[in-house]
Design a protein around this ligand. Structure first.
Ligand SMILES: Nc1ncnc2c1ncn2[C@@H]1O[C@H](COP(=O)(O)OP(=O)(O)OP(=O)(O)O)[C@@H](O)[C@H]1O
Length: 322
């Protein structure tokens, strides 16, 4: 439904901020765009929403947005919802009027019913007459999201939707985004610098580095294959001192589980089968959007080590002898 081809962006005609960006998003997918400050996330959002015209192609339902202007572009923009980082609510208008704004501007019908339906969906029916200054950060974000989806768009862009919120409110907003995604079958692109947002609700991750796509694909693959990148650039994904392994006498193995196998006693059963004793040096299980994701570092000892590794490999997402 959205296909980005050879997208490049420059502000001054000399330096390219975005370089050869290619990716596509299917209907209903949630994609997280992540990258360090200055990587080009906001610029990519501006380019995709045509606030700043890029070079290349942006095919939205097979129509190239970069070839449109004037009325055609305005018409198609109705199908693109954007919730900005700082909410951009009109301070003199109440919740109802803020949400109604896009419908009024587009001279649409049934405005009252549509706004009330959306206000119920986002759980703010009790705050319908409140003004932005009377709302909490989480409530403002709800209004901003409601305004972005009231026109029933096919795609929703959310710029840092949780960066200014506390963990509990963040969780509620993430639940709302998931609910909207499912109920409205809306493709969603989230700009974020929070890895937890990616893990919790995204199907895919687009990792931007120096204006280029460094990785685009499934979330669990990113977290299993780019550990060094995460540790160097973001935070310690594995809170474990690998140097300490030198003191160990047994074989050290790193295992990644993904899916239902996380909950089964596979490790225990296979170790028993080959008479292996194991020692867990590090372990972490996290709840990703589609399935649990677990990482284990173990030390094993016993004569059947080779057979144990061979067998275990068949039951886990990946296994590495360190
Ligand atoms: N309007 C502009 N004119 C010129 N250069 C710009 C403009 N906006 C952004 N840039 C430059 O583009 C680069 C990418 O900035 P951008 O804001 O897209 O990054 P970001 O990943 O969103 O960063 P942050 O997480 O800090 O918001 C930076 O070097 C920035 O200085």
């Amino acid at each position: 439904m959205l296909e980005v081809k050879n997208l490049n962006l420059t502000y001054d005609g000399l330096n390219y901020i975005l370089k050869d960006i290619n990716f596509n998003i299917k209907k209903g997918e949630i994609v997280g765009i992540i990258g360090l400050s200055g990587a080009g996330k906001s610029s990519l959002l501006r380019a995709l929403t045509l606030l700043k015209r890029p070079e290349g192609k942006i095919l939205f339902n097979n129509i190239d947005l970069t070839s449109l202007s004037g009325r055609d572009l305005r018409k198609i923009r109705k199908k693109i919802g954007v919730a900005f980082q700082h909410y951009n609510l009109l301070s003199r208008k109440n919740v109802f009027d803020n949400i109604a704004l896009p419908l009024i501007l587009n001279k649409e019908r049934n405005i009252e019913k549509r706004v009330i339906d959306i206000i119920k969906k986002i759980g703010l029916d009790h705050r319908i007459k409140a003004f932005p200054s009377q709302l909490s950060g989480g409530e403002k974000q709800r209004v901003s999201i409601a305004r972005a989806i009231v026109s029933n768009p096919d795609i929703l862009f959310l710029d840092e939707p949780t960066s200014a919120l506390d963990p509990k409110t963040t969780e509620k907003i993430l639940e709302l985004i998931l609910k909207i995604n499912i109920e409205m079958a809306i493709s969603t692109i989230i700009i974020t610098h929070e890895m937890d947002v990616i893990k919790r609700i995204c199907d895919k991750i687009l990792y931007l580095k120096n204006g280029r796509v460094y990785y685009y694909g499934e979330v669990y693959k990113f977290f299993s294959e780019f550990e060094n990148e995460l540790n160097n650039e973001f935070y310690k994904d594995v809170n474990f001192n690998y140097n300490k392994l030198k003191e160990r006498t047994g074989k050290i193995i790193k295992i990644i589980f993904y899916g239902n196998n996380v909950e089964k006693p596979i490790l225990y059963n296979i170790a028993k089968k080959y008479n292996i004793t194991f020692n867990i040096l590090y372990g972490k299980i996290e709840e990703f959007k589609n399935a649990p994701f677990g990482k284990l570092i173990i030390e094993i000892e016993g004569n059947g080590a080779k057979e144990f590794i061979y067998d275990l490999q068949k039951h886990v997402y990946s296994l590495e002898v360190l």
